[in-house]
Design a protein around this ligand. Structure first.
Ligand SMILES: NC(=O)c1ccc[n+]([C@@H]2O[C@H](COP(=O)([O-])OP(=O)(O)OC[C@H]3O[C@@H](n4cnc5c(N)ncnc54)[C@H](OP(=O)(O)O)[C@@H]3O)[C@@H](O)[C@H]2O)c1
Length: 233
């Protein structure tokens, strides 16, 4: 499948590499192609984009948001929460029409320092705002509740643990499930929460996720939902 990955940070890199390894045709969408291709400062992975990109030069393209979207059947939103609407505007409504957008972004604001706060929150979510602004895009919120490496390799945390889905379009959610399974997620560990408003819940897991990261001193953990057996409910 032809897949666009919006965002060239650690999430975009992790997802693009996995998609390439699983046989998809992958393009990054980025604000400034030349600037991204020449980005030599090290990011949180300890590598610069140019170092990371070297082995993928012949297989993963780096394009504008519009060019990546126009050729894609499915799009991953791996941009910062503050940049997500701008990225979709740059992609252009015509290039997004009818496409599935797997939204991995979180609406984290760092303007008051660390830890960041959520905006929008409670009565709205980033996923809903993307869906409202681009009504013909089929947004599915997923994978935003875990570390970038775990998203594409769930066995990094042993045992059963969960990934969530939120979205209005059942067929788009089936596409999301297929992608998640190709990343190694067991279908029984995928929890479809319901329509796009349920993304408020998963985006609001971020404040607890960030505190757990501080407490556990590793980002390599995940949420596991344990349900009581019928006789105990
Ligand atoms: N890091 C994690 O483990 C993790 C886990 C779960 C969810 N998330 C979420 O996933 C998203 C990506 O996270 P990240 O850590 O990879 O990187 P990030 O630093 O949060 O985002 C980097 C990307 O956002 C794009 N961007 C920033 N401002 C923009 C704007 N105004 N318009 C368009 N694009 C803009 C950048 O585009 P350029 O390529 O043009 O520079 C860059 O590719 C975030 O929303 C984050 O909250 C992260």
């Amino acid at each position: 499948m032809n897949i666009a990955v919006f965002g060239t940070g650690m999430v975009g890199q992790s997802i693009a590499a996995k998609l390439e390894q699983t046989g998809h045709s992958v393009s990054f969408g980025t604000r400034d192609v030349l600037k991204t291709l020449n980005r030599t400062e090290k990011d949180r992975t300890g590598k610069s984009f140019t170092e990371w990109y070297e082995p993928f030069k012949s297989t993963i393209r780096v394009l504008s948001f519009a060019d990546a979207a126009s050729q894609a059947e499915l799009i991953f939103n791996c941009t910062s929460g503050e940049g997500s609407l701008d990225a979709l505007r740059d992609a252009g409504k015509e290039n997004l029409k009818g496409k599935v957008l797997l939204d991995v972004a979180n609406p984290l604001k760092f303007s008051k320092g660390s830890p960041p706060f959520l905006d929008p929150c409670n009565t709205d979510s980033l996923a809903e705002s993307l869906q409202r602004s681009f009504s013909e895009l089929r947004v599915v919120k997923t994978l935003n509740t875990m570390n970038a490496l775990l998203m594409v390799n769930p066995t990094l945390v042993p045992g059963d643990h969960n990934v969530f889905l939120s979205g209005n379009d059942p067929a788009a959610k089936l596409s999301a499930v297929a992608v998640l399974k190709s990343f190694g997620w067991k279908e029984s560990n995928i929890i479809d929460l319901g329509d796009i408003t349920t993304a408020r819940g998963t985006e609001q897991l971020l404040p607890i996720w960030l505190r757990l990261w501080g407490k556990l001193q590793t980002p390599m953990f995940n949420f596991q939902i344990v349900v009581a057996p019928p006789q105990m409910r």
